[in-house]
Ligand binder design. Structure first.
Ligand code: HEM
Ligand SMILES: *[C@@H]1O[C@H](CO)[C@@H](O)[C@H](O)[C@H]1NC(C)=O
Ligand SMILES: *[C@@H]1O[C@H](CO)[C@@H](O)[C@H](O)[C@H]1NC(C)=O
Length: 429
């Protein structure tokens, strides 16, 4: 049933070779550059002892650096969304908006998201910039340079000529995808892949009282198996299909609370519930959509070990090494349990294959080029020709310098002909 596309071949995943220069991302600090050089090879056996900071262990705790002040009366106090504020499938973004780290209405620019996610979670500006730029290019207003973390919104006067911003909530197969941590598959839930499903949350919640990377990877595997077994339209696209396994690692990596006694951080049930907008006693949990919340007295990961593209993608590669099917491209062919995997070498004209994808910088190189290559078809019918060229320019300006600094093998073909057999690949809510 599961494709043999990515056999478990884990070679030293040395992302060490990466040396991004600060010029591409003016906000980048010497610290984040140093963190790059410190990425160790993936430990074998896979991940068993990995702390919640991820592949690069945290080594320090500094209360002043890590305390995120969300006390009532401060600029980052919790303010629930009003009726016109956008909230969507991503708890990290929803919570950042509720605490005004990013615009409270849920619509903002790349710079606003890059700065806000760094302040709230110690995302590197580089990672925030890449993810938010993809948000603008695929779901946003190409003239205003904004995007929505939830519902569609009216474009600016000129932007409206190019595209109509659909927002993260309706970015199925572009950004949002199947087999999510707590959200339903769009096809199985009348297009709603943005609200938390309590049974899925309970399945996660019940796994442990402390959530580690190993635990969320096992959850990821089970959610994926469920989709293959129940969703005839299950589809995992070359880019969006990787967003889910990345998202699964983010609660340990970025929702954990840190302290002197627990430098790697820990994620307990109370903290998990807060970030997922769930409250109430265990036998009567209640989900309040849009009320994702950073807990009081919470300490983020340290500034000398931010979460960036390199360590983030390394943790995705650990996931892939442990459960290769979680990063496979492909889907069900219209009935349940009919999963067919597409060989990455066939998609990329041989540039990336199941073996080299887990080596060096290739995972990051593939992710970045997959989104560049997929954009014309993802936007077809949604934006004008000028809109498409604007979107590609936006992506290229941010992604090309990263690619060249990583000395990425360059993809010249992107062959998606085989996707025709997957009805889920063209289904749009
Ligand atoms: C610009 C930055 C970001 C973008 C564009 C983004 C986008 C997304 C998208 C599209 C999903 C849905 C994936 C799916 O369908 O399975 C998602 C889910 C998720 N994101 Fe984000 N995200 C961002 C930042 C963050 C941050 C900073 C965190 C944590 C601190 C985070 C944590 C999560 C988690 C835990 C999920 C899984 C939700 C679930 O299925 O229950 N994200 N994100
Ligand atoms: C989680 O555990 C509770 C209490 O043991 C149980 O009632 C519930 O059915 C479990 N739910 C899931 C989805 O595993
Ligand atoms: C985080 O850890 C500190 C130190 O142990 C503790 O005082 C605080 O209550 C914790 N915060 C949360 C949200 O659990």
């Amino acid at each position: 049933m599961l494709c043999a596309t990515f056999p478990i071949i884990v070679t030293a995943l040395s992302l060490l070779g990466m040396s991004l220069t600060a010029s591409a991302f003016p906000g980048m600090t010497a610290e984040s550059l140093q963190a790059r050089q410190a990425v160790p090879p993936v430990p074998l056996p896979l991940s068993q002892n990995e702390g919640n900071c991820g592949i690069i262990p945290c080594t320090t705790f500094n209360a002043a650096d890590q305390f995120v002040d969300v006390r009532p009366g401060t600029p980052h106090q919790f303010v629930p969304p009003g009726p016109n504020d956008k909230r969507g499938p991503c708890p990290g973004l929803n919570a950042a908006a509720n605490h005004n780290f990013v615009p409270h209405n849920g619509i903002g620019t790349v710079a606003q998201f890059a700065a806000g996610l760094e302040e709230a979670y110690n995302f590197t500006p580089e990672l925030g910039t890449v993810l938010a730029t993809i948000g603008v290019a695929l779901t946003g207003d190409l003239i205003a340079g904004t995007w929505s973390i939830g519902d569609p919104y009216p474009a600016s006067l000129l932007g409206g000529l190019l595209s109509s911003p659909e927002g993260l909530s309706f970015s199925h197969n572009a950004y949002e995808t199947d087999a999510s941590m707590t959200r339903a598959d769009a096809y199985m839930n009348n297009g709603d892949a943005y609200h938390l499903q309590m049974d899925r949350f309970m399945a996660l919640y019940n796994r442990s009282e402390l959530y580690t990377l190993d635990i969320v990877r096992q959850h990821n595997k089970d959610m994926r198996d469920w989709s293959v077994q129940n969703n005839p339209y299950f589809f995992s696209a070359p880019f969006a299909g990787l967003v889910t396994p990345i998202a699964h690692t983010l609660p340990p990596l970025c929702f954990s609370n840190h302290s002197a006694a627990n430098i790697q951080g820990y994620l307990d049930r109370t903290i998990l519930k807060s970030f997922f907008a769930v409250s109430g006693p265990e036998n009567a949990l209640v989900y309040t959509p849009g009320h994702e919340r950073i807990p009081l007295n919470w300490y983020r990961r340290p500034s000398n070990n931010k979460l960036g593209l390199v360590n983030g993608m390394s943790d995705l590669a650990v996931t892939a090494a442990r459960f290769p099917e979680l990063i496979s491209i492909g889907g069900n062919t219209g009935t349940v349990n009919s999963f067919v995997g597409i060989n990455p070498a066939d998609v990329t004209g041989g540039v990336f294959n199941a073996v080299n994808l887990l080596q060096g910088n290739n995972m990051a190189c593939f992710v970045l080029q997959a989104i560049q290559a997929a954009t014309p078809s993802l936007l077809s019918g949604l934006v004008s020709a000028l809109g498409l060229s604007n979107a590609l320019n936006l992506l290229n300006n941010v992604i090309n310098p990263v690619k060249s600094n990583m000395a990425c093998p360059l993809m010249t073909t992107f062959n998606t002909g085989a996707f025709a057999q997957f009805p889920g690949s063209s289904w749009h809510p």
